[in-house]
Design a protein around this ligand. Structure first.
Ligand code: IPE
Ligand code: IPE
Ligand code: MG
Length: 247
């Protein structure tokens, strides 16, 4: 049962009903830059700054899990120059976070297929994860080379291997066993998924986990996204009536 429901049961009418897990599709960097006559890469730079402030704000207000979509399995289709710029921003973030984020009580994790990433990025990711593994505050999942379908393919392969080895029968495959093989194993599903930039789609983000998520689409480009926009999304979320198929 989500925090939303527990809070509702104890009826705290004036208190904000916070989602336990927020998914954020950080979109609109390229359009933001283009409107200013800047190269798309500049938009990613501003977007990276917004990512830092918004995730810290989430931790401050008591959100337990945040998953940000940083780079999809489909984003490799972009020009090499843009992909390189995004990977360089990631390097900067990781190096900086290894120094500065030690102050934060945030546990950083990466979800997505790592094999395709540069070896130095993989090493930085592992360091970021291991050096924050003991943190007790918010869990921050950074979705990098992540695709919801790719995640399900991996889960299905792993189940098939177990069936083949005789450790599992097909009848034993259920929703829990599938969830347990996703990158987000052990975490609650996102209660709310935010997508700024005016696009109304998931673009392969957490397609299994999003079964009962509340979507909040906002017509703001990610580099313009501020704390007040998150507050507005949280207010919208608190007004929703989640039924999960019941009445
Ligand atoms: C999101 O911004 C960042 C990534 C996908 C890496 P975009 O780069 O998609 O920006 P738009 O949607 O083209 O404006
Ligand atoms: C989704 O945005 C991926 C990320 C934000 C990392 P895209 O910009 O890649 O999605 P589409 O192409 O508009 O669906
Ligand atoms: Mg986009």
């Amino acid at each position: 049962m989500s925090l939303f429901h527990r809070k509702k049961e104890v009826s705290l009418p004036t208190e904000r009903l916070l989602p336990q897990h927020i998914g954020i599709i950080m979109d609109g960097n390229g359009r933001w830059a283009k409107r200013r006559g800047l190269p798309r890469q500049a938009g990613h730079g501003y977007g990276a700054r917004v990512f830092r402030t918004i995730t810290k704000y989430c931790e401050k207000i008591g959100i337990r899990y945040v998953t940000v979509y940083a780079f999809s399995t489909e984003n490799w289709r972009r020009p090499q120059e843009e992909v390189d710029a995004i990977m360089n921003l990631l390097r900067d973030y990781l190096r900086e976070s290894l120094r500065d984020f030690q102050k934060e009580n945030i546990r950083t994790r990466f979800i997505g297929e790592r094999e395709a990433l540069a070896p130095d990025i993989r090493a930085l990711i592992e360091e970021a994860e291991s050096s924050t593994a003991h943190k007790t505050g918010m869990v921050l999942n950074i979705a990098l080379n992540y695709g919801g379908r790719d995640e399900l393919v991996h889960a299905m392969r792993s189940l098939a291997e177990e069936v083949k080895a005789g450790r599992l029968s097909p009848e034993e495959i259920d929703e829990t066993r599938i969830s347990d093989r996703l990158y987000t194993a052990g975490q609650p599903d996102p209660d709310m998924i935010l997508r700024p930039s005016g696009e109304y789609r998931l673009s392969n983000f957490m397609i299994w986990q999003a079964a009962y998520s509340e979507y909040v689409f906002q017509d703001i480009l990610w580099p313009d996204y501020r704390q007040k926009d998150l507050d507005a999304a949280l207010e919208e979320y608190a007004r929703r009536n989640r039924r999960f198929g019941g009445i």
